[in-house]
Structures are given as structure tokens and as C-alpha cells.
Ligand binder design. Structure first.
Ligand SMILES: Cc1ncc(COP(=O)(O)O)c(C=O)c1O
Length: 400
């Protein structure tokens, strides 16, 4: 018998992973992955960038780099963040190996075993796992279509017994809920947290992928408008834009927190890939990023429109089968009547030739399962209708 650590023994095995293992047929239509579209990666631009690099920079790309990040990239990300209105001069940027590493580092910095971490329900599975892996006691707060429900959050914050260490939220194009926080809800969240000495982790992995220019004013990060008595640790990523294979994200945090995070990163991987940092930096400094993202927005919006249309057409009509039309990002979150177990629907859907992710994957308590997450980002466009029909037909027998 091996004597595994408490941490590893606390991680749950997933029946979902086993089910997903069945969904490997080459012709299966997958709405499951939260990944960008394969055909949109900037392969041509990155080829050109690499070929035109000076020999010395190519050597740097292959070498270890400084823990905080490749210095030119730190500068270019700083300007990129400044353009979003973020307070880059009073905070520090740490380049991380994907933004999941940024969340992991922040969890490590703040959480001792048994400490309470508050997060939304549903929540990004990677975030749930990151906090669990430091043995956090996760308390979750339900959401509606405008964001986290403030009254429920206040109940937890005011509970003297639990002493929360941090709050983690994804305000823009939530994974899996697909929503963006309303300006009012964002402000209420700020008002609720300020002065409490509880840091907010703001995960902004999708904020650039909005579908409507008119929404831009609502997309100002909390970090950009937070008062001085609210500490916000902001995380973001190139994954949903340039590609997750780059494994590049970052955090923007106050200097005192940064120092601890840099220490943690040193022992995790010493530095993020210098190779992709060099390429991403050139992509930014050569001004390629903005036209490229503008193109992505158009294409993901087109896919979202198709998915919404076919859902309206094929899903069973029922007052408890609903979704909010996303205004950006990759996901549509469908709620089903409470008596429906999405895992049963998934089994039938896989038999029919499609796959999605069930709700409880995103519930920190791994219970609520009358939801399904559909991603519209990465399947052949003509498969969207075919796949939604399969899901709708698989769902029908379960509806009373
Ligand atoms: C909400 C959210 N945050 C963070 C991440 C982490 O992405 P990465 O580590 O590739 O930057 C993801 C990826 O799915 C996500 O959906």
C-alpha cells in the first residue's frame, strides 16, 4: 500500500471522466471541450514571427528565463493591460504557465488546509480543483444571469464561524454559466467586499471575446475600478486567444502578494516557456493582437448565433428548460427540470454520437446535475445542428 498524501486522497475520481473515455469515436460531435477553434490559430503569423527573429532572440527562446517572465513580454502585457484600464503602475505582473497556474499559485499563497474559499456555483472546474488541492473548505454561492447572488454571499461573509480567506469569481463570459456580470452586480460585489480584508480573485480568461461592441463599457474589470480598500488579484490568459498550447497566462497583483507568488512559482516550474513568451511578445508589439481578436469575435459570434437558433428549434419546449444567450466566450449553460439527471442524458447522447459536459462537474459540491454545458467554439460548423438534434432527442424521454 502506498501512503498517499491527504491532498491527493482528497481529490475526487470522476465518473464523468470515465464516460468521456467512451466518447472517443472519431465521428463524435463534441460540445464538451472548452477550447478555441483549431482553424483560428495564428499559424501563418507565428511562422513569420519565428522566421524573422534575430538569431540571438531564437537562442533566448530555447533557454530558461527569469521567473517573473520574459522581460519584453512583461512590458508588452503591461501595455496590453493598461489599454484595458487596469492599474498596471501600482501592481505587478507575473507571467504564468496558463492562468490556471496563476489561480493555483494564489490558492497556495492564501489557503491553509481547512481555510474557507468562496466561489460561484457553478464554477470553473480548474479553479475548484486548484483550491481543493490546497485542502480549502469551498463554500459556493449561487448565481443568476447577472452574476453572483449578493445576499447569499453576504450571508457567508457575515458568518463569524467561517472566516473566509478569499473570493474567486469569473465576471465575464463565465465558464460554464456563459453570463457576464451586469454593471450593477459588479458594483454590488465591490461594495460587499470592500473593507473586509478578503482578497478577490478575478478570473478574466474570456473578457476579450465579446460579441457586441456596445457591451465594452460593461466589461471593465473589477480590478480596474476597485477602491483602495478592496484587494483584487486579476488573472488572464492567452489561451482562449492565441492558443492554450502556448501555456501562457498572467496575474496582476499588488507588490506584496506578487513577492509571495514569485516565490511559489520558483519551486513550481522556475519559469514559463520562454519559447512561447518570445512569440507572444512579438505578436503584441507588432500590433497583430487587436485585428486578430476582432476576427475571433466575429467567428465565435456566428457560431453562437447558429447554436442559439438550433437550440430554439430543437430543444423540447418546457418552462424549466432554459438558457441565457451568451454575449461572449464559448459556452451555453442549459438548465433542465430538477428531476432530470444530466448524466442519464449524456449516456444517451453519447450513444447518439455527441457529447457535452454535465452540470455537477462545475458544482464545487459535485451534486447539482440538472444542467448541461455546451461549448460552441470548436466543432465543424455544420455539426452544430446535427449535434444539438442528438442532444434534444436524447433529452426528450426524460422530460415529464
Ligand atoms: C474560467 C477559466 N479560467 C481559467 C482557465 C485556464 O486556462 P489557461 O490555464 O489555459 O490559461 C480556463 C480554461 O478553461 C477557464 O475556463
Amino acid at each position: 500500500m502506498y501512503q498517499f498524501s491527504k491532498i491527493v486522497n482528497s481529490l475526487r475520481t470522476s465518473e464523468i471522466r470515465d464516460l468521456m473515455g467512451l466518447a472517443t469515436r472519431a465521428d463524435i460531435i463534441s460540445f464538451a471541450g472548452g477550447m478555441p477553434n483549431d482553424d483560428l490559430f495564428p499559424i501563418k503569423e507565428i511562422n513569420e514571427i519565428y522566421n524573422n527573429l534575430a538569431g540571438q532572440v531564437k537562442k533566448t527562446a530555447f533557454q530558461y528565463g527569469p521567473t517573473p517572465g520574459y522581460p519584453p513580454l512583461l512590458e508588452s502585457v503591461k501595455e496590453y493591460m493598461r489599454n484595458k484600464g487596469l492599474p498596471v503602475d501600482d501592481n505587478k505582473i507575473l507571467i504564468t504557465t496558463g492562468s490556471l497556474q496563476a489561480i493555483n499559485i494564489l490558492a497556495k499563497v492564501f489557503i491553509d488546509p481547512g481555510d474557507v474559499a468562496i466561489m460561484e456555483n457553478p464554477s470553473f472546474i480548474g479553479g475548484i480543483s486548484a483550491f481543493k488541492s490546497y485542502l480549502a473548505d469551498i463554500r459556493s454561492v449561487p448565481m443568476d444571469q447577472d452574476g453572483i447572488i449578493i445576499e447569499k454571499l453576504e450571508e457567508l461573509l457575515n458568518d463569524k464561524k467561517i472566516n473566509p480567506k478569499l473570493v474567486y469569481v469569473t465576471p465575464f463570459f463565465h465558464n460554464p454559466a456563459g453570463i457576464m456580470y451586469s454593471t450593477e452586480r459588479r458594483q454590488q460585489l465591490i461594495n460587499t467586499l470592500k473593507g473586509r480584508n478578503i482578497p478577490l480573485i478575478e478570473d478574466d480568461a474570456y473578457g476579450e471575446l465579446y460579441f457586441d461592441e456596445n457591451d465594452k463599457t460593461q466589461l471593465t474589470p473589477i480590478k480596474a475600478v476597485a477602491p483602495s480598500d478592496l484587494t483584487v488579484c486579476y488573472t488572464s490568459s492567452f489561451s482562449k486567444i492565441l492558443g492554450p498550447g502556448m501555456r501562457l497566462g498572467w496575474m496582476l497583483v499588488p507588490p506584496q502578494i506578487y513577492e509571495k507568488c514569485e516565490l511559489c512559482k520558483q519551486s513550481m516550474d522556475a519559469c514559463s516557456p520562454n519559447f512561447t513568451q518570445v512569440l507572444a511578445n512579438e505578436f503584441l508589439v507588432q500590433g497583430k493582437i487587436y485585428p486578430y481578436i476582432a476576427e475571433l469575435r466575429k467567428i465565435y459570434k456566428e457560431r453562437k448565433d447558429i447554436m442559439i437558433n438550433v437550440l430554439n428549434e430543437y430543444m423540447p419546449k418546457h418552462e424549466d428548460i432554459k438558457w441565457v444567450e451568451p454575449r461572449g466566450g464559448f459556452y451555453i449553460w442549459i438548465s433542465l427540470p430538477e428531476y432530470v439527471d444530466a448524466t442519464d442524458v449524456l449516456k444517451k447522447t453519447i450513444e447518439g454520437g455527441a457529447v457535452f459536459v454535465v452540470g455537477k462537474t462545475f458544482d464545487p459540491d459535485a451534486k447539482k446535475n440538472n444542467f448541461i454545458r455546451l461549448s460552441f467554439s470548436n466543432m465543424p460548423i455544420e455539426d452544430i445542428e446535427k449535434g444539438v438534434k442528438i442532444i434534444a432527442n436524447s433529452l426528450k424521454p426524460f422530460i415529464k
